[in-house]
Ligand binder design. Structure first.
Ligand SMILES: [Zn+2]
Ligand SMILES: [Zn+2]
Length: 346
């Protein structure tokens, strides 16, 4: 055990009590959560290789396929795997990192006596630029009051501060943030914790996640077409090859249906500026309770929602304030032709 620890882990806090939590950026085989995530990643890559390997094995003697066609397909395969690891390694936007950045910016602004705002405010929402190189430095607690003021401005006046404090991180959560028990951190605009990726999906990586599903769906669809094309041309030539191809095609079709549903679901969420967590737990979330189901409180219209989603960089986190009663009333108004022309979707 000591040898394994020395080989795979450089943590200093491993005391062999079975509750090992690694702090290295590289996967640690002693941490059960990281181990299972790594196994899942290996399984996912293997699954891709099996489906594509079988295809190339049986397509090997086919001369009708153009090299550029194969090249495009392989390029998509590599891009999908790269996007998977890119998304898995990205930060979903942790509340503590954002708070540290704000505190640090405030501290630097005070010492240099330069009037430098830690965050810009537009329409009551707050936009924060997060520099991950700086976020590691711990200035936590040096200026918690500024964070408290910043976040409480996003809630209606008079809201109790304690009600929005995470009991695990002991940090004041902005609206739409949630504590993830798998990551043990609060995540901005929490969507869900993805087991396959081994990370949370939040404000920082939701866009990358959507692109990953999109690429995976395209790859799955293209692979299905190649399987069907092969079967059309070679069926009844060899029964055992037919059985293998038909079984794999059936699995691919099931995966394709699942991926398409996931893609449409997340596209709908993006267009209405919702998260999976908000949609599923709508009645249990305090700030959404009492809002009619057809009203999307954070939506700014399809065009603006899509723009914000596509063009928000991972280093730029936006904390949205809760809508006022008047804004909610406006959003619940029935549609008119003018609303449709002006892209008022919800
Ligand atoms: Zn938390
Ligand atoms: Zn998580």
């Amino acid at each position: 055990m000591t040898i394994i620890r020395a080989l795979f882990c450089r943590c200093r806090d491993g005391d062999g009590d079975g509750d090992h939590r690694c702090r290295n950026s590289l996967p640690c085989l002693l941490d059960p959560a990281q181990r299972s995530t790594m196994y899942l990643k290996v399984a996912l890559v293997m699954l891709h290789l099996i489906f594509i390997g079988v295809l190339f094995l049986f397509y090997g003697n086919q001369t009708t396929i153009h090299p550029w066609y194969v090249g495009m397909y392989l390029l998509l395969f590599v891009a999908t795997i790269a996007q998977y690891f890119f998304t898995a390694g990205s930060s979903p936007g942790y509340v503590l990192d954002t708070m540290r950045t704000i505190n640090e910016t405030n501290a630097l602004a005070r010492t240099s006596l330069v009037s430098k705002q830690p965050a810009t405010s537009k329409n009551g929402n707050i936009v924060i630029t997060v520099d991950h190189r700086e976020a590691g430095r711990n200035l936590l607690g040096s200026n918690e009051l500024s964070w408290t003021k910043l976040v409480m401005d996003l809630y209606p006046p008079g809201a109790p501060c304690r009600a929005w404090t995470c009991p695990y991180c002991n940090v004041l959560q902005p609206p739409r943030a949630k504590h993830c028990h798998d990551c043990d951190k609060c995540v901005l605009q929490f969507d869900h914790h993805c087991v396959w990726l081994g990370t949370c999906i939040g404000q920082g990586n939701h866009c990358r996640f959507w692109w990953y599903i999109c690429e995976e769906t395209t790859l799955c669809l293209w692979t299905c077409i190649l399987y069907i094309t092969y079967l059309q041309a070679n069926i009844l030539k060899s029964w055992w090859v037919d059985v293998i191809m038909i079984v794999l095609l059936a699995i691919l079709l099931i995966l394709l249906i699942f991926l398409l549903l996931l893609l449409f679901f997340h596209s709908y969420l993006i267009m209405t500026n919702q998260t999976t967590f908000e949609l599923v737990r709508r009645r249990r979330i305090a700030y959404l309770r009492g809002i009619p189901g057809r009203v999307y409180p954070f939506s700014k219209g399809i065009c603006k929602n899509l723009y914000n989603f596509c063009f928000s960089r991972s280093t730029l986190y936006g904390m949205e304030r809760l809508p006022t009663a008047q804004e909610l009333e406006e959003k619940s108004r029935p549609y008119t032709c003018l609303n449709i022309l002006s892209c008022r979707c919800c």
